[in-house]
Design a protein around this ligand. Structure first.
Ligand code: AMP
Length: 402
């Protein structure tokens, strides 16, 4: 029997998201989420997509990632999709930080694990959880290829001019300080899907991808290769996000420490968790912000305006970086759903060839679609992202040629 299934695992510090896909037949067989791992009220939600069954939910103590993956395996087995099946070709893992070294999806061995571990200082929140997920899956199926798919990989094509900060080179290199970028799996998938929507190959088009979710990043993709992206050493740089500030003058940190008496950890928490939309107006959900604006809420309006201002600056910057832009693609929770954000982000940019058609922009849907007026010089598109499919595709391409 040919193995055609791939299990995709996205392991967070206290959660595991998963999807089981069949790569030859196409389509998703199951998906789910384990949350609050390590607490007494852990929760597992499992949807047997292939069987067309209802979502099953279970609450109770799940001690660690090992127990979580066992619980997932049991749920899959109930649908006849057990992890011991010979049809399972590989497990694909999302790994947030792959540094400069990992430019491609990589089959995990002890050396790869050691290198992901070495990158923990630059990704202290994510890489330890990703590692735990890989180790747990490996223990469960030691015979199966485990593939690491890195959020940073797509951005390793950035030229040094974009990837380096203008700080002392020796100091930067000693501590691996450079711009790595994140959300790469999404930027790769969306830039290719945008080319397809235009009926062209990725090599033929230049695309600005705007991944606007709770985390948000922009990228400039030239002929299928990333040449700049808005996140840097960590996912804090760049656009205004749900809870992250994005760009600030680095001296804000010195000032808050020296004058505000805050510790480095307090400032870290401030900029990563208490800033962005939530810091500006108390809400990080764009739906709630729009509702408040409709009621005349001034703080919500200011938060929206700051968000749009930053977004517009990046569109302009990446237009200049690329020189010629064929398409601007909006994706992720805000990008796919918030028509007002899309309209506001390109408002006034008609001289750059950018505009949205009000009617097309208002249409909702799950498929990639154009929202620019017919005959526009630059296509503006909504392209739903699918990071799980991209991880599965890359994983299967690496191991599935049997
Ligand atoms: P993501 O991180 O891609 O899952 O995006 C999550 C964010 O998408 C939420 O915090 C909301 O701000 C936003 N979002 C989701 N659905 C909608 C919607 N229908 N309209 C506006 N924003 C939305």
């Amino acid at each position: 029997m040919t193995a055609t299934r791939v299990l995709v695992l996205n392991s967070g510090s206290s959660s595991v998201k998963y999807q089981l896909l069949d790569m030859r037949k196409g389509g998703r067989l199951a998906s789910g989420l384990v949350e609050r791992i390590g607490e007494r009220t852990s929760r597992l939600r499992h949807t047997p997509l292939a069987a067309g069954g209802d979502t099953r939910e279970w609450t109770g103590p799940i001690a660690d990632h090992g127990a979580a993956l066992k619980a997932v395996a049991e749920e899959l087995a109930r649908d006849g999709l057990g992890l011991d099946s010979p049809e399972l070709a590989a497990i694909g893992h999302r790994v947030v930080h792959g540094g400069k070294l990992f430019t491609e999806p990589t089959v995990v061995d002890d050396t790869v694990l050691a290198e992901i571990e070495r990158l923990i200082p630059v990704a202290p929140l994510h890489n330890p959880a990703n590692l735990t997920g890989i180790r747990t899956a490996r223990a469960l199926r030691p015979d199966l290829p485990q593939v690491a798919v890195f959020d940073t990989a797509f951005h390793t094509t950035m030229p040094e001019a974009a990837a380096r900060y203008a700080i002392d080179v020796e100091t930067a290199d000693a501590h691996r300080v450079r711009r790595y970028g994140f959300h790469g799996t999404s930027h790769a998938y969306v830039s290719r899907a945008t080319a397809k929507l235009l009926g062209r190959t990725p090599e033929e088009v230049n695309v600005i991808v705007l991944h606007l979710g709770n985390g948000a990043s922009a990228s400039a993709v030239e002929g299928g290769r990333c040449v700049d992206t808005s996140m840097g050493l960590t996912p804090l740089e760049g656009l205004v996000m749900g809870t992250r500030s994005g760009d600030v003058d680095p001296a804000v940190i010195f000032h808050l420490a020296r004058v505000g008496g805050m510790s480095i950890d307090e400032i870290d928490t401030l900029l990563n968790k208490k800033s962005g939309l939530v810091g500006l107006c108390g809400d990080n959900d764009m739906r709630e912000i729009r509702r408040r604006i409709d009621e005349g809420d001034v703080r919500a309006k200011l938060a929206f305006d700051i968000y749009i201002h930053r977004l517009k600056k990046y569109i302009g910057a990446y237009y200049a970086v690329l020189g010629r832009v064929d398409a601007v693609a909006f994706t992720a929770g805000v990008g796919e759903n918030a028509a007002e954000v899309r309209a506001a982000a390109v408002a006034g940019l008609e001289t750059l060839g950018l505009a949205v058609d009000g009617g097309l922009n208002a249409v909702r849907g799950d498929e990639p679609r154009l929202i620019s007026p017919a005959g526009a010089r630059v296509a503006v598109a909504v392209v739903p992202t699918d990071e799980e499919l991209e991880i599965a595709t890359q994983t299967y391409a690496l191991v599935g040629r049997n």
